[in-house]
Design a protein around this ligand. Structure first.
Ligand code: MG
Ligand code: MG
Length: 261
């Protein structure tokens, strides 16, 4: 990771545009995701949508990553490869997307439940999304990255879930991954101070069972050590006028999902 890049208000508006293109791309994924769909098909749709809107997929060729989306199924935590796998009823599918638009980066992720998903699984998704919201509430001037991590960890563990420690959120905007690191665990009042003009990706990765993960020989995929499910939600968040300004949104995705119900 490189240094902390502080963004001007103009930079933040550009990162908002990039982040909204990510959000709209994830809504395209939402339209097309479902039983019987191959995950590679979702990758193709996303790449075309990003390019049709003047963007470049930020993950494609990033340190050699071969796809435009990370698609992580069930016990996969993050960085899964799109493939010929056909999505099944009861799967949960985490889709992570990054875009470069006008030289600025946005980054967001959403975990989709497919068809009939049991109540325990829905709770994992709900709690992970709540962790993201609680983390964002701490992304204000005067707090530190440890306050964000503490909020995420406390809520996940209170619900009996495991918090992934090996992978973390990050600064974003000028590059895909900048300083500071934003762990999903921590101590209140510890770590780097959050300051005006920082833009961070907050991204809880929460496991139904143990916190531990394993790294696959493909060099990318990360899955849970106990093969239980894992969920991942992510927003790009600016610290602007002292407060958290969430630059990406799940609104477009959730509109699509409501229409599909
Ligand atoms: Mg991401
Ligand atoms: Mg990220």
């Amino acid at each position: 990771m490189s240094k902390v890049f502080y963004k001007s208000l103009e930079d933040i508006e550009k990162i908002r545009e990039s982040s909204l293109l990510v959000s709209k791309t994830l809504a395209e994924v939402a339209k097309n995701i479902g039983e019987g769909v191959k995950t590679i098909h979702l990758n193709k749709i996303a790449e075309e949508f990003i390019r049709d809107h003047g963007g470049v997929p930020a993950f494609l060729n990033y340190h050699g990553f071969p796809y435009s989306l990370c698609i992580s199924l069930n016990d996969q935590v993050v960085h899964g490869f799109p493939s010929e796998y056909q999505i099944k009823d009861g799967d949960i599918v985490s889709v992570d997307c990054g875009v470069i638009l006008n030289d600025f980066f946005g980054d967001s992720a959403y975990t989709f439940p497919i068809g009939n998903v049991n109540a325990d699984t829905l709770k994992l998704l709900e709690v992970t999304k709540e962790c993201l919201k609680l983390g964002i509430e701490k992304a204000v001037v005067g707090m530190r990255v440890g306050d964000v991590g503490y909020a995420v960890q406390e809520h996940a563990e209170k619900n009996g879930f495991g918090v992934v420690k090996e992978l973390v959120g990050h600064g974003v905007g000028v590059k895909l991954h900048e300083k500071p690191e934003v762990p999903n665990y921590g101590k209140r009042g510890s770590g780097i101070k959050l300051e005006e003009g920082m833009v961070i990706a907050i991204e809880p990765m929460i496991n139904a069972g143990k916190a531990g993960v394993k790294f696959w020989e493909d060099g990318w995929t990360v899955s849970t050590i106990d093969q239980k499910l894992s969920a991942h939600y992510e927003h790009t968040v600016a610290i602007k006028k002292g407060k958290a300004d969430v630059l990406s949104t799940f609104e477009y995705i959730e509109q699509v999902l409501q229409q599909k119900d």
